[in-house]
Design a protein around this ligand. Sequence first.
Ligand code: GLV
Ligand code: MG
Length: 324
Amino acid sequence: MSFHTVEQAAARLNRSELAVPGSQPQLFEKAAKSAADVIFLDLEDAVAPDDKEQARKNIIQAINDIDWGRKSLSVRINGLDTHYMYRDVVDVLEQAGDRLDLIMIPKVGTAADVYAIDMMATQIETAKGRKKKIGFELIIETALGMQNVEAIAGASRRNESLHFGVADYAASTRARTTNIGGANPDYSVLTDKLDDGSRATHWGDMWHYALARMVVAARANGLRPVDGPFGDFSDADGYKAAAGRAAVLGCEGKWAIHPSQVTLANEAMGPSEKDVARAKRILVAMEEAAKAGKGAVSLDGRLIDYASIRQAEVLVKKAEQIAK
Ligand code: GLV
Ligand code: MG
């Protein structure tokens, strides 16, 4: 390990993150009863300009009145380039009670964007005597944000997670996208001729670079990487594939833009019972190896070593968090 210690953000289950528009209060109760780990009440892109003020009021009332159970609760404020943002921060932090856990900041472009909201949040918390320190969720969804992702990730001690906002990222980078967060058949390679003379097309994951880069920046700063939306909510298989590949890369969760995606996210982000059982076997095998003075042994015909212990511990800890 490096001499530099990576401090981990507050531990929080974040397998599924359900988006709920602040302008649709009739959806709040249902969201509160869902299986989502985190809910973000939206003041930004799901709310029309004329509805912003009312949405703010709806959200403040709902945070105070609804029983959100053990879910983590977040509010997505408007971007720093709008005139809505300052009032989002002031009204929400001044009027919503301590039930609120997080503020989600969209379209973060530079570390200074985070600094600015940190300064506001700190002043309001001090002035109002808020007991709970608000954490930050940051959406990386512009070319500028991706260029500065490392500095952004380390910009505030309030930072908890980085989110890949694939829809705005596509708009910002001028990527050619079809369904939000889905694949594009034009991002593919054609194989050479196969034995039977035919050629096959292999689709690629056009979001791989961005997602992988964000995961590294998040983990290097002790934050949770979370994959963003998948637009076609009638395509459960497409969602599962997108969530599965994000999980494989190290993401801790994925957004649900529709309640039907919550369970899919929870399952994809796992860990599965099978994974946990194997992780426990690895820990036992390594304990026995240590007693025998060995650093690496074989389990089911595969090498395991000290790195396997660290991976297994992560899985077992996550399973314990879920079981709580
Ligand atoms: C989320 O905000 C996105 O733009 O994908
Ligand atoms: Mg966006």
